[in-house]
Design a protein around this ligand. Structure first.
Ligand SMILES: [Zn+2]
Length: 60
């Protein structure tokens, strides 16, 4: 059973519209993560097998 971890993003976790994968460190655009649920190293070649989701926290 997969374990879910939540990571609060900071400035260092994003670069040129990319989001750093907490598992392998690859930068992937947020739109690609939302579309595929994986980082650039995930999927076909299977070098990174974590699933990624992007949540927005709304306050107020
Ligand atoms: Zn990854």
């Amino acid at each position: 059973m997969a374990v879910e971890r939540r990571v609060r993003l900071t400035e260092g976790d994003t670069m040129e519209n990319g989001l750093r994968c907490p598992e392998c460190g690859t930068y992937t655009t947020i739109s690609d993560i939302i579309a595929t649920g994986q980082c650039r190293r995930g999927g076909g070649r299977g070098e990174c097998d974590v699933r990624l989701h992007v949540d927005v926290v709304v306050e107020g």
